[in-house]
Design a protein around this ligand. Structure first.
Ligand code: NAP
Ligand code: FE
Length: 368
């Protein structure tokens, strides 16, 4: 039972962990803070962070233009700004969008002359990315614990993952208080995303003893909370969700994700469905198809047990929790399926969907 495991991110967790470890902020002289329009303020991170930077004599510039599903062009602009002000490290604050954006911007600051899509070309992206600190304000993507940066291409219709060896955050500060201001609906969507990471990782042929333990532990933390459908999330629930989402992020750093992820991308970009809900629509299909394979059937049983439930409940409740109800014409279905048909993730599930099956799944959910 061999396994390779490289986890270059130092995770620091707990209430007040930023102030208690302020020395770790000294990664350079000028921080480019990468965030969205409001999350860094609403979560309370900026109020905690800026005095610590001031006290350490570290200058900062705030780039707060990252929108959901970060566009590569916005990240390119952030890179130009970071280069112009002389930033020498990046602090990403927010949900998966700003954290993924921070990883791309860290590469663009170091390579200011490359065109946006040249970020994917290691021959053009010569200089290593700036060091990154991640401070998550959602409990979902696990971006704080992996090197993935999922960017929206300039056509606005497709997502493509960027990663570089230095895209792992150097430090990630996990303070559950920073997720307290996230509205209930977004909290559910993010928990669904983390749960999708756990199940998709656990079934992947690339799973290892480390990713499996992370995935199963995350499942056991997340499912009881999601299933209870709380009207409000207590601090204890938010803490459990944040650490579980990070664990699931470690799991996918080893395995990548399976087919609910690409199936959801079109609905997120074309129809505005939040990422976690868009994945959850297809979790029932994921369970049904994979249960037809030997590996899938055995793993699904073990996964449901770790989550404290049974497979039928998961197959029924996960899509129900997505609360997405749409109907599309055949032309709209074709438009969405064609955009996602080539994704690499399909090969990363025990049952590999054919394009015809992707059409079938889309029709079953959405045909008028
Ligand atoms: P998000 O897109 O980062 O944020 C969603 C919304 O929540 C935004 O309006 C954001 O505000 C707001 N928000 C965030 N934290 C808040 C807080 N504490 N209080 C109040 N509002 C808050 O959501 P996400 O689900 O975390 O990230 C989704 C992105 O992550 C997608 O682009 C997806 O592709 C990517 N992703 C990455 C990975 C990975 O492994 N790297 C895995 C899965 C998904 P602002 O506008 O101010 O930001
Ligand atoms: Fe995800």
């Amino acid at each position: 039972m061999n396994f390779n495991f490289n986890f270059p991110t130092r995770l620091i967790s707990g209430e007040g962990c930023l102030a208690a470890n302020a020395d770790l902020l000294k990664l350079g002289r000028h921080a480019l803070i990468v965030t969205g329009r409001s999350s860094a303020k609403r979560s309370g991170v900026l109020d905690d962070l800026l005095p610590l930077l001031d006290a350490a004599g570290i200058a900062h510039t705030i780039f707060d233009q990252i929108t959901e599903n970060p566009p590569i062009l916005t990240c390119h602009a952030g890179g130009q700004l970071g280069h112009a002000v002389g930033a020498d490290f990046v602090i990403g604050i927010g949900g998966g969008s700003p954290l993924d954006g921070a990883k791309a911007i860290a590469a663009f600051v170091a390579n200011p002359t490359i065109a946006p899509e040249e970020i994917y070309d290691p021959a053009k992206r010569i200089a290593p990315s700036l060091p990154i600190i991640a401070i998550p304000t959602t409990a979902g993507t696990g971006s704080e614990a992996n090197p993935y940066s999922i960017l929206t291409l300039p056509d606005g219709l497709r997502k493509k993952t960027f990663t570089a060896p230095e895209s792992w955050p150097r430090y990630s500060f996990l303070d559950p208080r920073y997720t307290a201001s996230l509205p209930v609906s977004a909290t559910v969507s993010c928990a669904l995303d983390a749960f999708a990471h756990a199940i998709e990782s656990y079934l992947s042929a690339k799973s290892t003893v480390v990713s499996e333990q992370m995935a199963l532990w995350a499942a056991g933390q997340i499912w009881p909370i999601l299933a209870a459908r709380p009207a409000e999330y207590t601090p204890a629930m938010r803490e459990a969700l944040l650490y579980a989402a990070t664990a699931a992020g470690i799991a996918i750093s080893i395995t990548g994700t399976g087919f609910p992820h690409p199936l959801g991308y079109s609905l997120t970009l074309l129809d505005g469905i939040p990422h976690g809900r868009a994945c959850a629509i297809f979790d029932g299909d994921y369970i049904t198809y994979n249960a037809r394979t030997e590996r899938g059937a055995a793993r699904l049983e073990a996964f449901a047990k770790a989550a404290g439930t049974d497979l039928d409940t998961l197959a029924r409740e996960l899509p129900a929790l997505s609360e997405v109800e749409f109907s599309f014409t055949e032309a709209q279905i074709a438009e969405r399926v064609e955009l996602i048909a080539g994704a690499k993730n399909y090969a990363n599930s025990p049952y590999v969907l054919s394009k015809d099956e992707i059409y079938e799944i889309y029709r079953a959910h959405f045909a008028k």
